[in-house]
Design a protein around this ligand. Structure first.
Ligand SMILES: [Zn+2]
Length: 60
């Protein structure tokens, strides 16, 4: 069962490679901001300021 309009669902960050519940996708530290969520005093564009990104972990 999937509810697209979940109020708790955060929008995907630009650096995310897929939805968090997708198979083969895992959460990882954002390489652009090293997990700080900030780059040179600005919010990181890659992770959207979360410091974390979702990356495919299936090796391909
Ligand atoms: Zn980042």
């Amino acid at each position: 069962m999937e509810d697209i309009m979940q109020p708790d669902q955060k929008p995907l960050s630009p650096g995310d490679e897929g939805p968090p519940d997708a198979p083969g996708v895992g959460e990882d530290i954002c390489a652009a901001c090293q997990g700080t969520g900030m780059v040179e005093g600005e919010r990181c564009d890659v992770c959207g300021g979360t410091g974390k990104v979702l990356q495919g972990i299936g090796g391909g």
